[in-house]
Design a protein around this ligand. Structure first.
Ligand code: GDP
Ligand code: IMO
Ligand code: MG
Length: 449
């Protein structure tokens, strides 16, 4: 799929497309795996020989020996969760030594009050909706993502990983921040004891000491590595339609999760990226609030959820399910500069008589458009226009050769490639690393009828 020196893996829908599985797979051909956006809102699942790993902050490349994983400056790091995640992997025999996991000293820190703030805002907004207003609660993961990025942009209240290594600086900062944050949380109706800067500073300085060997200037480190010819894999978290600028605003996350976030989130220029693998689930899912034109609230959606085990990796919430929206995928592929697609979870669609692909939207004025609308209110008013393709009954999970797929599956894949104008390089037919069909070259046509 890629013989490039720098490859990006990005989700082209609303997340959970199977990015973790593809990052794990492509790690074999890269030396360094870098996260550039998001935080512990991500849940990336990798299954190796039946062993399941759920990663939130640590790049999915960690599971292959001899690779270095980097948490870039664009990520927001919950350091307590990071320590938990490191310990969880150590317990399972994975080497997470400081040589193998680097964390940017400029990555912003998610503090407990960010999570309180996230949850409180969601409660307040949902209550307001109960009184008849538009529901502006986002359905966040409550991992403190929005408030932490807000502090980053707001500057004065922010804490970065490097600050955790200097207890005096941390304490001074927290004295001010806690006083202000306590008042804000109180105004949001949070019944919290006053935030105590002394104990918070102690606790986070201790976590800082634990993580210190991992914390470096990752920007220079990455440039040095690139100059030495080391191959870099960028791991997108969340997904393009959740991008703060290009997603279904305001029902998005707070970072640049498309491929456009890579330069800012790592310090490497855009021209450093040779190829972009767009990850597409063979159907649609979404977690949280926001428009989802192809959502199926009936039996088909339920069937997809059960067959695909569509429950969140980060929060356990049932994912909303529906048909594949090619208008949305083509838009995301365009934004991300996608050079090939990996089509995931194709096995889940076995057993449907017919499969629907959305290839246009009917707008409220009756006109038809094949352009995506990255605005929640306007997107909520479109009606999807579908093409219907025949399904297949065969179980695909043991297939390892593209030619062995049913002809109707070829036709389904060919339509995805043709509509998005992106060749397909990988087809995934099960969660395990082995349940993967890799084509020797990305193809526009697999030879459907
Ligand atoms: P990510 O956030 O994009 O990394 O995706 P998640 O890990 O949150 O969700 C994808 C889910 O689908 C995980 O449970 C994977 O183990 C699983 N998965 C990945 N590829 C396939 C596939 O081809 N078939 C099936 N049935 N499951 C898959
Ligand atoms: P991965 O990397 C699916 C969604 C949340 C919510 C919105 C904002 O596993 O694909 P946030 O907590 O980020 O402020 O929530 O974005 N969301 C995801 N949905 N997969 C993800 O990540 C997501 N990351 C954020 O459900 O609707
Ligand atoms: Mg996920």
């Amino acid at each position: 799929m890629t013989d490039s020196n720098a490859t990006a893996v990005v989700g082209l829908q609303w997340g959970d497309e199977g990015k973790g599985k593809i990052v794990d797979l492509l790690t074999a051909e890269h030396d360094i795996i870098v996260r550039y956006n998001g935080g512990a809102n991500a849940g990336h699942t990798v299954v190796v020989d039946g062993e399941r790993y759920a990663l939130h902050l640590i790049p999915s490349g960690m599971l292959q020996e001899g690779r270095t994983c980097v948490i870039g400056n664009g990520v927001v790091v919950d350091p307590a969760m990071l320590v938990q995640e490191i310990d969880g992997l150590l317990e399972r025999g994975i080497d997470v030594s400081p040589q193998r996991l680097l964390v940017s000293d400029r990555a912003h820190v998610v503090m407990p009050y960010h999570k309180e703030h996230d949850a409180a805002m969601e409660r307040v907004l949902a209550d307001a909706a109960g009184q008849g207003d538009e529901n502006l609660s986002i359905g966040t993961t409550k991992r403190g993502i929005g408030p932490t990025y807000a502090d980053k942009v707001h500057r004065s209240m922010a804490i970065r990983m490097g600050d955790l290594l200097d207890p005096a600086v941390l304490r001074k900062r927290l004295d001010v921040v806690c006083a202000i944050r306590s008042r804000e949380l109180e105004a949001l109706g949070v019944d919290v004891p006053q935030l105590d800067p002394a104990s918070l500073a102690d606790e986070y300085a201790r976590i800082g000491r634990r993580l210190a060997p991992h914390v470096v200037d990752t920007v220079y480190w990455l440039h040095d590595a690139a100059n030495d010819g080391r191959r870099i894999l960028f791991e997108g978290a969340n997904a393009c339609l959740l991008d703060i600028d290009h997603g279904t605003f305001p029902y998005v996350t707070s970072s640049s999760c498309s491929a456009l976030g890579i330069p800012a989130g790592t310090g490497l220029p855009g021209r450093a990226i040779d190829s972009v693998v767009g990850i597409v689930k063979a159907y649609g899912t979404r977690v949280g609030e926001g428009p989802f034109p192809t959502e199926d609230l009936g039996e088909c959606g339920e069937r997809i959820r059960e067959r695909g085990h569509e429950y969140g990796t980060a929060t356990g919430r049932p994912r909303r399910c529906g048909w594949l929206d090619l208008v949305a995928v083509r838009y995301s592929a365009m934004i991300c500069g996608t050079t090939s697609l990996a089509v995931m979870l194709l096995d889940v669609l076995s057993g449907f008589d017919e499969l629907k692909l959305c290839t246009g939207y009917r707008l409220p004025d009756g006109s038809v458009s094949d352009r995506f609308i990255p605005d929640a209110r306007r997107l909520a008013n479109v009606t999807p226009i579908y093409e219907t393709l025949p399904g297949w009954t065969e179980d695909l999970t043991a297939i390892r050769d593209g030619d062995a797929l049913p002809r109707t599956a070829h036709a389904y894949l060919d339509r995805i490639a043709a509509f998005t104008n992106c060749p397909i390089g990988v087809i995934s037919v099960g969660p395990d690393r082995k349940q993967t069909i890799r084509l020797s070259e990305p193809q526009h046509c697999l030879g459907g009828p």
